[in-house]
Design a binder for this molecule. Structure first.
Ligand code: AMP
Length: 501
């Protein structure tokens, strides 16, 4: 159904990471560290909310985790339970009130929510809720969860969440903070990752943690326990950990792109090491697209493990022919093409001694618009490479993601508008080879039927609901109040409904 989306609307844009902790005196500090480890999942805004025992304390702002939180700010977040969020969205929705966690005083008590993923029926649900009198204060699909919970006839927060989850469709790994508990839930298809862990505290019960990626646990010395199952709600409170299933037996749709690009290689995602997946993709790529060459060069950091696999399988030496400046953000998030072109140069520089006079196999995880690859090929040629053979450790990215990875619109995806030879010409490589879809899943060791590979195959495992072509997704241009991070927590809005209800 995606094809029926209007081109300019065929995309929800959001990339996020979530974190939650229950039962630790340093809940906010540990959340800060967890978010710091997951900065790659969203660089636009970050936020932490704690339950102080009396109220929700919240600090959120646009920017990087390390820039937002200092000692003073973390000191304003007392409490033994916390949730946090990092987010990236596009310019239109790039504003502080869309920063998460979203906090509301509801008829079920104060609630905060952090969400990774995208709902596919958010437009309809929002329209329906507004029709019934709900007033939204953000343009984010995440707010729908809270309105649905507030509308539930069940008083208990977990029961209300179950009600809400029976209405939403799409990808969601969510953490909620309520009075004295942290709740985690994952959509029935398990599109986005969500993992449980524990943090040992001497002489006290373990603190319990939940995060999008296990790299967040490593930094705080927490032990990963297991994934939140697709369709599972997990509750941490003083009584321990409780779990309930709200949807069972559905086809899973684990996002393969988490393994291709998005997750950190040192994380375990969907129970598998991301580094090892990438290495297997690289090995398979070498089998599918061999080429006589002198050196295998990764595009750092995204191509490193795949290049290692390619080098191992092909027997061609691995060489760090490109060095990355680590003080530059992901070029991809720069909003303007002009800046992005420049950005590649700022970020990557060739190592002449590794590539000069050499036939180079250049390995990256994906080609999106093609502009990065084009720049890199040019740079390597200028540094003296005699041939450049581009190898991509995933199939051509032809379709936008509707489940929570930021990809450009279809018409901006080079593989959707150009065939292989046209793409090769555009990036000016001597040859170009992509890993096949079958090859990727063979290397991954799982079936496409358990996964989501829609960005490659166009087969969307969760049917997309078409927005009304006349409607904007959520209004983004109306004037809005400045929701400064300094704002006292008590002033967070009550979740309101108008007299129409
Ligand atoms: P492009 O110049 O648009 O072809 O960008 C390709 C580069 O973007 C590759 O090096 C990928 O590692 C990276 N990339 C792929 N998908 C994403 C994404 N969703 N967000 C940020 N970067 C990405």
């Amino acid at each position: 159904m995606a094809g029926a989306f209007r081109e300019e609307q065929d995309k929800f844009r959001d990339e996020c990471g979530v974190f939650g902790i229950f039962g630790h005196a340093d809940a906010a500090n540990l959340t800060y560290l967890g978010l710091y480890a997951m900065q790659h999942r969203g660089q636009e805004s970050a936020g932490i909310v704690t339950w102080t025992g009396q109220r929700m304390a919240v600090e959120k702002q646009m920017g990087y985790v390390a820039d937002i939180f200092d000692e003073g700010r973390l000191a304003r977040l007392p409490g033994h339970s916390a949730i946090g969020h990092v987010r990236y969205s596009t310019t239109g929705e790039s504003r502080l009130e869309n920063a998460q966690p979203i906090v509301y005083n509801t008829n079920k008590g104060p609630l905060a929510i952090a969400h990774n993923g995208n709902l596919v029926n958010a437009v309809e649900l929002r329209a329906e809720l507004e029709e019934e009198g709900s007033i939204f204060t953000t343009s984010s699909d995440t707010e729908v969860f809270l309105h649905l919970m507030a509308r539930s006839r069940v008083d208990d927060v977990v029961g209300a969440l179950r009600d809400a989850l029976s209405r939403v469709r799409g990808a969601y790994s969510i953490v909620l903070l309520a009075k004295n508990r942290v709740i985690a839930a994952r959509d029935p298809q398990g599109v986005r990752p969500l993992t449980l862990g524990r943090l040992r505290i001497e002489g006290a019960p373990d603190a319990r943690v939940v995060a999008s990626e296990t790299c967040a646990f490593d930094l705080i010395d927490a032990e990963p326990l297991r994934d939140v199952e697709p369709g599972e709600i997990v509750v941490f409170d003083a009584g321990g950990t409780a779990s309930a299933s709200f949807a069972m037996g559905q086809r899973t749709a684990f996002c393969i792109f988490e393994h291709v690009y998005f997750s950190r290689p040192d994380s375990s995602v969907f129970g598998k090491s991301v580094a090892e997946s990438r290495r297997s993709f690289g090995r398979r790529l070498a089998l599918e697209h061999p080429v006589p060459a002198d050196v295998v060069v990764p595009v750092p950091d995204s191509g490193v493990f795949a290049a290692l696999g390619y080098a191992e399988e092909s027997g061609i030496p691995y060489g760090m022919g490109l060095v990355r400046n680590h003080y530059v953000g992901r070029t991809f998030i720069e909003p303007k093409q002009s800046i992005r072109h420049f950005g590649v140069k700022v970020k990557l520089n060739p190592v002449r001694s590794v590539v000069a006079g050499k036939r180079v196999v250049l390995v990256d995880d994906s080609i999106v618009r093609g502009t990065t690859s084009k720049k890199i090929v040019k740079m390597l040629r200028a540094a003296g490479a005699s041939e450049i053979h581009m190898r991509i450790s995933s199939p051509p990215t032809k379709n936008p993601c509707h489940y929570g990875i930021d990809t450009p619109r279809r018409k901006e995806l080079i593989a959707s508008t150009h065939d292989l030879e046209e793409t090769r010409k555009f990036i000016e490589a001597d040859s170009l080879g992509y890993l096949s879809l079958d090859g990727m899943f063979t290397a991954f060791g799982r079936s496409e039927n358990d996964s989501c590979a829609a960005c490659f195959s166009g087969r969307y495992p969760i049917p997309l609901t078409l927005p009304d072509p006349q409607a904007t997704l959520f209004p983004t241009d109306e004037p809005h109040a400045d929701v400064s991070g300094e704002r006292p927590a008590e002033t967070f809005p009550r979740l309101v409904r108008t007299a129409k209800t």
